[in-house]
Design a protein around this ligand. Structure first.
Ligand code: PHE
Length: 453
């Protein structure tokens, strides 16, 4: 397949469609569920600052690189890396980078789906009025009762996996593209509403201070690693999701501008979620470090007590499910594309195989909060282990390799041609950052995390 031909899986209908799909992939549970709770666990401001630095210095340049590799290769990440390595006369083992991505995607989706299931169940709870007039204590009891029930966990996880696979089965344009077009703007509006509630809830300033006043004494090597891992996670980098979406991108679209737009939107949504949540945490004397349940134990209080909260609560959790869905489809797409290309499967068959595997893996997370909470490997529950392995290790390693490939292995004339930046200086800055700064930053963070520096 030549570098300029179309992908066999189809193409986005326009640049706008790609931006929406890639933003849909980036904006998800990572922004609204994970960012607030890991910020809470890692002490607030300093963590946020490190995360923002990672987005700019590591995330953005690697996003440009990853989209570029995808569009150049026009196939699943495994085959794209094989083709590009061949074109660059490099070691064919580069295709293992694609494999690392497939595995990371499966691990992430397995727990992502369980948490998206929580959002689904909370949408239903909002419909049945479970939050009305509830205080922090009722809401906590509701949450604990829910995650302690293994059957409910499996049920909602199964519903979400089915939804994901049925969108993916419909293909690039009618499945992926349609579902994101109207959901993203709605989510944004609802978040603004929650921010407005947080402003009047009493502890607004305290919430802002927590998020934006850095206290570096709270930052450890592991916290820096988590912040960097999260920059990859939230931008959907390092595992081929952005690469495979890039492979469906028509040729004349500017990659760099598009990447800035996606990363910018993603960051704004995460910060808005933080600004909405922490004032509620402090106004109700909740613990910022209370873990994965944080948004499920805070936002329902807001919905239960604000005017119009019934309606907004329903809308919010429905939107959250959709935000998760537009991300989950990108987590499985590299595997589906590979099965179609290499195993001769139809898209439909590929969805059944990959979906079932991920569903099965997800049982580990579904039980991590109840009957399996004592099953620990390396001192972590299955959920914690999958999250740590994928987000903190596999994505940064994948991102590091993408930066090295784009900066050092790929021929300059090829990357220059594919990026087609209007000013030579912009290309040179990108090339320099992706060759030196981004890989060095990832490497230093790893050294810091293991205590070498
Ligand atoms: N970026 C998504 C989120 O923030 C998660 C994701 C990670 C999606 C990796 C694709 C690849 O929710």
């Amino acid at each position: 397949m030549s570098a300029t031909s179309k992908s066999i899986h189809g193409e986005w209908s326009s640049r706008f469609a790609f931006v929406l799909a890639a933003t849909g992939s980036a904006v998800g549970l990572g922004n609204i569920w994970k960012f607030p709770y890991i910020t809470g666990e890692n002490g607030g401001g300093a963590f946020v600052l490190v995360y923002l630095l990672c987005v700019v210095l590591v995330g953005l340049p690697i996003m440009i690189a990853e989209i570029m590799l995808g569009r150049r290769g026009r196939q699943s990440p495994v085959n794209t890396m094989e083709l590009l390595a061949e074109q660059a006369e490099a070691d064919p083992n580069w295709h293992y980078l694609g494999w690392l991505g497939l595995i990371a995607g499966a691990l992430i989706l397995s727990y992502y789906s369980v948490i998206a299931g929580w959002a689904g169940s909370y949408a239903l709870k909002a419909v049945t009025g479970s939050f009305i007039d509830a205080d922090a204590e009722n809401i906590k009891l509701l949450f604990d009762g829910f995650i302690n029930n293994p059957l409910q966990q499996v049920f909602w996880h199964s519903v979400f996996m089915l939804a994901t696979m049925s969108v993916v089965a419909r293909g690039v344009q009618s499945g992926l593209e349609k579902s994101v077009k109207f959901l993203m703007p709605c989510l944004f509006v609802l978040l603004m509403l929650l921010v407005a509630y947080a402003m009047v809830s009493g502890a607004y300033q305290q919430g802002l201070d927590f998020l934006f006043t850095p206290d570096f004494s709270k930052i450890t090597g592991q916290a820096v690693l988590t912040a960097m891992g999260h920059a990859f996670f939230t931008l959907s980098l390092g595992m081929g999701a952005v690469m495979v979406y890039g492979s469906y991108l028509p040729r004349p679209v500017s990659i760099a501008k598009t990447a800035v737009l996606i990363a910018g939107t993603d960051t704004v949504v995460a910060l808005l979620a933080g600004i909405a949540i922490f004032p509620i945490v402090f106004a109700n004397n909740l613990e910022p470090g209370s873990g994965p349940g944080l948004i499920f134990q805070t936002l329902p209080i807001a919905f239960g007590n604000m005017t119009g909260g019934y309606l907004f609560g329903v809308l919010f959790f429905v939107m959250l499910v959709f935000a998760a869905l537009t991300s989950s489809i990108s987590l499985i797409e590299p595997a589906v594309a590979w099965l179609v290309e290499n195993k001769g499967m139809t898209r439909y068959q590929a969805c059944i195989w990959s979906g079932f595997t991920v569903w099965f893996l997800g049982l580990g997370t579904a039980f991590s909060f109840n009957i399996g909470s004592q099953v620990k490997l390396f001192d972590r529950t299955i959920f914690q282990l999958f999250d740590y392995l994928s987000a903190n290790l596999m994505l940064p390693i994948g991102g590091f390799a993408i930066a090295v490939f784009a900066g050092w292995i790929m021929k300059t004339k090829d990357s220059e041609d594919e990026l087609a930046m209007p000013h030579a200086i912009v290309y040179q800055v990108w090339k320099w950052v992706v060759s030196y700064i981004s890989p060095a930053a990832v490497f230093l963070v790893f050294l810091h995390a293991v205590g070498v520096i």
